[in-house]
Design a protein around this ligand. Structure first.
Ligand code: DC
Length: 221
């Protein structure tokens, strides 16, 4: 019997272009995009708003149990309020890795993400999608780019958003630190699985990257 839904899992480091590529691929294939990083970011936003120390895991777990994080039409809602823009601020990027290392936080997020993937065909991106969230995904990709390129992209993004308190050197330092935390953490570290396609976006346009994924999914590669 033919499966009703299919899933595409994408992992990769910060700034590799995962969300831009995944969002566009979702449009081309007519499937749902789920940005799991946005879920960790939404929790981080709430932690900072409540003035909780990002290292105080007990209070963070308790806060998550009282929070509602959901997607509607590709937008993320925290307790029913749209937070698309707030979660992209630099102070969130700087703190989110500390919150994403908490085992209990990850367990709750993973089960939420798995539930989201049962209802429709999805493309989901993050750090543990190919390994933990959707280990049986129909298609798996590891999307990456050089640290320099990823830092340049993040810098440009923040400057365009009007953040003035940033330098390229500082961003590069933050990206290296996040890479280190994301790939060496005890629970679900970022790694490429042997059944993932490697997509290095360093010298590619967004459309070239989308085409790469779409051609594999459509069996044209
Ligand atoms: O992709 P992003 O920059 O929005 O991710 C934000 C943070 O959340 C990043 O530091 C890693 C973490 N993350 C994670 O641990 N697992 C995921 N599935 C997605 C993101």
């Amino acid at each position: 019997m033919k499966k009703e839904f299919f899933s595409i899992a994408i992992d990769g480091p910060a700034g590799a272009g995962k969300s831009t590529i995944a969002k566009k691929t979702a449009q081309v294939l007519g499937i749902e995009y789920i940005d799991t990083g946005a879920m960790y970011r939404a929790l981080t936003l709430k932690v900072l708003r409540n003035k909780i120390d990002p290292l105080n895991y007990k209070e963070i777990i308790s806060l998550l149990s009282k929070s509602d994080i959901d997607f509607n039409d590709n937008h993320i809602y925290l307790d029913g309020v749209l937070v698309d823009d707030e979660i992209r601020e630099n102070k969130i990027s700087k703190n989110v890795s500390y919150i994403a290392v908490i085992k209990e936080v990850r367990e709750i997020m993973v089960s939420l993400q798995q539930k989201l993937a049962t209802r429709k065909s999805v493309i989901m991106d993050g750090r543990d999608i190919t390994t933990v969230v959707l280990p049986n995904a129909d298609y798996k990709f590891f999307v990456t780019a050089s640290v320099e390129e990823r830092s340049r992209r993040r810098y440009k993004e923040l400057i365009e958003k009007g953040e003035i308190d940033v330098t390229l050197e500082k961003i590069m330092e933050d990206i290296r630190r996040r890479d280190e935390i994301d790939s060496t953490r005890e629970v679900a570290p970022l790694k490429m699985t042997s059944d993932s396609y490697l997509l290095d976006t360093t010298n590619k346009t967004i459309d070239e990257c989308v085409d790469f994924i779409v051609s594999i999914v459509k069996g044209r590669s």
